[in-house]
Design a protein around this ligand. Structure first.
Ligand code: PAF
Length: 281
């Protein structure tokens, strides 16, 4: 496994690669779990050369405590990656290496995709994500870049980012990987107590029933039902339930036959923010 920490080392590694064999980038913030490994495996199946970036990006955190508490587990991360393939290059720069002496966020026009759900509750989050993803794509110049559907809104925004900035890369979304209980894999799950980690499976269970209900009931009824379920569950605090068009992320008004919808939830468990989503049709 190659581990590079600076842009210069990265450039030198990239220049040693046979570009005709395909280059895949998997951007991560570390604290890797099976969800990340699924992205890496998918990347390996489609590209000969793989870069996994591990960088806890300060510009996408709207909550200082969340940033400070974000797990940093480089040794465990590299061990996990080695277990998948020894041929991976890990790029793990410092904040100074990426942002030099000023940590600055670029402002984008994501045409409204960033104004709903996560964007509504996390100020400037997607400008921060856009800033780092554009920087990484610029440094690595991959053929393909891989992102998980747990952050479905992020995935759509990154597709928009490469379109508006004309970045020549294919953005590939990969299905959510779940714990045995159904809880969507997330680095934040590590911060839940053992009991809450089981309890939080309630989020996916509720989404699955919402999907069933969506077949016969109005979107409003389904969302009201989800709200009422969370209301009864005292350990989980619902921030939002939203049903949107998958492409525009516009909240649903009235169901239309030729539109694909998805339901999105954000909820707090033991002060830890968890998100999940499900395709409805
Ligand atoms: O999904 C994440 O882990 C991050 O938002 C990403 C895409 C690596 C950018 O920091």
């Amino acid at each position: 496994m190659v581990l590079v920490r600076t842009k210069k080392e990265l450039a030198s590694h990239l220049s040693s690669l046979d570009k005709t064999k395909g280059l895949g980038l998997v951007p991560t913030m570390g604290a890797l779990h099976k969800g990340h490994l699924a992205l890496v495996k998918k990347a390996i199946s489609e590209n000969e050369n793989i870069i996994v970036s591990i960088f806890v990006n300060p510009t996408q955190f709207n909550n200082k405590e969340d940033l400070e508490k974000y797990p940093q587990t480089l040794e465990a991360d590299t061990a996990l990656l080695k277990g998948v393939s020894d041929a991976i290059c890990v790029f793990t720069p410092t904040v100074e290496e990426i942002y030099a002496d000023k940590v600055k966020t670029k402002l984008y026009d994501f045409e409204g995709l960033d104004k709903v759900m996560e964007g509504e509750f996390r100020d400037d989050h997607f400008n921060g994500v856009g800033t780092i993803v554009e920087t990484l794509l610029d440094l690595v110049n991959p053929d393909n870049a891989y992102f998980g559907e747990k952050d479905f809104q992020q995935l759509q925004i990154i597709k928009k980012l490469v379109a508006i900035e004309n970045i020549p890369v294919k953005i590939i979304g990969c299905p959510i990987v779940r714990e045995a209980s159904g809880l969507a894999m997330s680095s934040r799950n590590e911060r839940l107590s053992e009991n809450m980690r089981k309890e939080a499976a309630f989020i996916y269970k509720t989404l699955k029933t919402a999907k069933k209900k969506f077949g016969t009931e109005s979107a409003k009824k389904v969302m009201d039902w989800v709200e009422s379920q969370f209301h009864k569950h005292h350990d989980l605090d619902l921030e939002y339930i939203s049903i949107t068009d998958v492409d525009t992320l516009t909240p649903i008004q009235k169901k239309q036959k030729n539109i694909k919808y998805r339901a999105f939830v954000a909820a707090y468990a033991e002060n830890i923010r968890l998100i999940d989503n499900i395709a409805l049709n």
